[in-house]
Design a protein around this ligand. Structure first.
Ligand code: SF4
Length: 265
């Protein structure tokens, strides 16, 4: 079989498996759900009770969330392409940029998500980049964001991609400090510096506005972090809640949450 025929077979099987996976969900998890978003698992590392509140009260919009979403769209613009175009694009030797939905079963949970940015070469993911905007210190590395990035890497591997050269980058950015030009060129610049190994230069350019946290793709650690949160979804235990009044103060559910350690005056 030629390499091209082997690649076609891989992609056909991948898209077929994805459709089967998405159709397979029984509503057997907590809250009658079939799938758990990787971002929700990540949120459990901040406070699991937020998930309870989200189902009880709905998602609460905040200014920071709205600004973060707008900025994501600005920094990482995308246009939809077909499965065939995706396979052709990421199959090239020269690095290409494209994201896809990631999915897979870990510890009985059907996980789904979409990373922010992936750099590919010859059908292999080289860099998975997750962007987080912050008003605080970009140098801080939080467990929720770290685990989200690790689990995306795990799902790429479970989907069957060769992840032997995969590295993960969690970029924390104080976006208010970016110029219009910075915003337009951001994705290209980050990708180029990641591949060239010149991150110090990039961080110096953005001064204190950006920190790139490099993480190793680590299947075992990523599996362990999903397993740590699995019992809640399988109904084996109740939700834990924050022990930090500071977290509750910053939480959009603090005025309605029965577990809140902070009450607004
Ligand atoms: S108010 Fe506190 S306990 Fe309640 S969801 Fe928010 S962080 Fe968790």
């Amino acid at each position: 079989m030629t390499n091209a025929a082997r690649a076609d077979e891989f992609w056909d099987a991948l898209w077929r498996r994805e459709r089967e996976f998405m159709e397979s969900g029984e509503k057997e998890l907590r809250h009658g759900t079939s799938f758990v978003a990787v971002s929700t698992i990540a949120g459990q590392f901040y406070c699991e009770y937020k998930v309870e509140n989200e189902f009880a009260f709905g998602e609460v919009p905040t200014e920071a969330k709205d600004q973060g979403t707008d900025l994501h769209d600005e920094l990482i613009p995308f246009e939809p392409i077909t499965e065939k175009q995706f396979a052709e694009l990421v199959g090239r030797k020269e690095p290409s940029y494209a994201v896809l939905h990631v999915w897979g079963t870990v510890g009985g949970l059907r996980l789904v998500g979409t990373p922010d940015h992936i750099v590919w070469s010859e059908g292999r993911p080289l860099w998975l980049v997750e962007l987080k905007t912050t008003r605080g210190d970009p140098a801080s590395l939080w467990p929720d964001q770290m685990n989200q990035t690790l689990i995306y890497g795990l799902l790429l591997e479970l989907m069957g991609f060769d992840c032997s050269r995969l590295k993960l980058a969690l970029v924390r950015l104080r976006a208010g400090e970016l110029t219009d030009e910075d915003r337009q060129l951001w994705m290209e610049r980050v990708s180029t510096h990641l591949q060239a190994g010149t991150l110090a230069e990039l961080e110096a350019e953005y001064r204190s506005a950006m920190k790139v946290h490099l993480l190793a793709h680590d299947r075992a650690t990523a599996e362990a972090s999903a397993m740590e949160k699995q019992g809640y979804w399988l109904g084996q235990r109740e939700a834990t809640s924050s022990e930090s009044p500071g977290k509750c103060r910053a939480c959009e559910y603090s005025s309605v949450c029965p577990k809140s350690l902070f009450r607004p005056p």
